[in-house]
Design a protein around this ligand. Structure first.
Ligand code: CA
Length: 517
């Protein structure tokens, strides 16, 4: 069936050049325009804009018109907006928001949202083909009652963050790229002591990060873990067993050593407080030596700073080997996000709505949601959508421009096309990605679970205070309060008396049900 569909798709794409009007008739879902109400809330766009070019193009092609019915547009907190919507008791035809997964899994079985399995099976060939090809993604969005209640935002591309270091500083000090944890320490010491920025001051900040969690990430160099997914502090899975990274021995060893690094001035003294401007400030002031951050945006500093700082070269390097010799990159793009959209429980046009959701997974819809409007924002070249100067010629961040068109919105269920990003990744980013590809450093991700009511109760009862306690102790150790080795047994018995084993058991039962034990 999938093979058959892809032949149809190819045939239709082929027809676009000769007879677009006929070729696009098949995208029409209804003969007369049909209006559907939508709540769409994300911190970047707290309402649905009916003037978005992407909405206008979808209207033209499908005859479905979305009408904005977003609650809570005066807040940028999507959770608050959702609470207002649920409290109103008036759920629109379509609901799209960040972190919709837990909401629909909880309220879908109670009738607030429609189950999608049968609708997809009967009316949504592109969605069905996607889920048939990715049973792991299907499992990850299946609620405890066996139904799917939302269509997720599905990121494309594998890579997120990487290790970055000042290659020009290494060169200046006669050092090679560090290959293991000991060499990383020696390199950071050299950055601290040998004045690589050449101003005669001991002002270098050897390791820095925009997010302090990227300091904790370094426990992987001692075979610890900091997260199992692209969400900080998340659970992880080893051989089918759910664990939490902050109760493992590699973590203890890692924290012990990072405490030492912090005390010795190898880590930014302000790592916990400097915040999101850390990278911009420490790189542009020629102070920062090494970090762990996103490929594309971090590589971009080579373009902006090479004119200002003589020889500036901040490039990705391969994950250093841990104490056991393992080279892993813990962060990667997750294939499925908890963001996306769902069908309201009182929607009177479920078939048209699922067909509309399916439209965004068709080749034509997927190009529109990823790139904007054909002929304006992109043109088709050799079967690929290529941005025009209307996007690439402005000098403005491509992501922001696309959001303004209504493209790449995470509160819509869609399948991202990595082709959109590669077109503005610079040569340093592409070189780094090739390096990581060659080494195959990525590890499997935990895609999350959907709790039953009883499991949810256990999680709600214990998790928030457990997490708070773990993070408090973590920060205290790094800052030199207490001693992780001496405190370790007490810390673990605290975690258990605070319910960690109950939370793990609840997650395990949900995980086994969802993914098979
Ligand atoms: Ca200096």
């Amino acid at each position: 069936m999938r093979y058959f569909l892809s032949i149809i798709s190819i045939a239709l794409v082929g027809m676009v050049g000769t007879s677009p009007a006929i070729a696009q008739e098949h995208l029409k879902i209804v003969d007369e325009p049909l209006e559907l109400t939508v709540h769409m809330h994300h911190k970047r766009y707290p309402a649905y804009n009916e003037e978005w070019p992407v909405e206008q193009e979808a209207r033209r092609l499908t005859n479905i018109h979305l009408k904005n019915a977003t609650m809570g547009s005066n807040t940028d907190n999507s959770g608050e907006a959702m609470n207002l919507l649920l409290a109103s008791g008036n759920i629109p035809d379509i609901v799209g928001t960040s972190r919709i997964k837990d909401i629909v899994n909880q309220y879908g079985p109670q009738g607030a949202f429609l189950p999608l399995n049968d609708l997809i099976e009967k009316h949504a060939p592109h969605l069905k083909a996607y889920f048939d090809a990715r049973p792991d993604v299907r499992s990850s969005i299946t609620a405890a009652d066996g139904n799917m209640y939302y269509i997720p935002y599905l990121p494309d591309g594998k890579y997120g963050r990487a290790y970055f270091i000042r290659y020009d500083w290494l060169d200046k000090l006669g050092l090679d790229v560090p290959q293991n944890v000991d060499e990383v320490k020696a390199t950071l010491e050299a950055f601290r002591d040998q004045d690589p920025n050449g101003n005669g001051l001991k002002d270098e900040v050897p390791y820095f990060a925009r997010q302090w969690e990227e300091l904790i990430r370094l426990v992987t160099l001692w075979d610890g873990r900091s997260s199992g997914s692209d969400i900080y502090h998340d659970f992880y899975v080893v051989n089918g067993q759910i664990k939490h990274p902050y109760a493992g021995e590699g973590y203890r060893e890692g924290i012990k050593n990072l405490t030492q690094w912090y005390e010795e001035g190898l880590i930014d003294a302000e790592i916990f407080t400097r915040g999101s401007s850390a990278r911009e400030y420490l790189l542009s002031e020629n102070l920062g030596g090494m970090t762990h951050d996103w490929f594309a945006s971090t590589s971009g500093y080579n373009t902006t700073l090479q004119d200002k700082i003589d020889g500036f070269l901040f490039k990705a390097f391969a994950p250093p080997a841990s104490i056991s010799g393992a080279r892993i990159e813990e962060n990667r793009r997750i294939p499925v996000k908890p963001d996306g959209w769902a069908i309201g429980g009182t929607n009177e046009h479920p078939v048209e709505t699922i067909k509309y959701f399916d439209f965004w997974f068709s080749p034509e819809g997927r190009n529109i949601v990823n790139f904007g409007v054909e002929g304006v924002h992109w043109t088709m070249e050799d079967g690929k959508a290529i941005f025009t100067d209307a996007i690439l010629g402005t000098g403005r961040p491509v992501n922001s421009q696309l959001y303004e068109l209504g493209a790449q919105l995470h509160a819509r269920g869609y399948f991202q096309d990595y082709g959109y990003e590669i077109q503005w990744s610079n040569e340093y980013a592409l070189e780094g990605i090739a390096l990581y590809d060659e080494g195959d450093y990525l590890i499997d991700q935990f895609l999350g679970v959907a709790f039953s009511e009883d499991e949810q109760k256990v999680y709600d009862k214990y998790w928030t205070s457990l997490r708070t306690y773990m993070l408090e102790r973590q920060q205290a150790w790094i800052l030199g309060t207490g001693d992780v080795e001496a405190d370790w047994d007490d810390y673990n018995s605290d975690l258990n008396s605070m319910g960690l084993s109950d939370v793990l058991a609840a997650m395990q039962s949900a995980y086994d049900r969802q993914y098979g034990s």
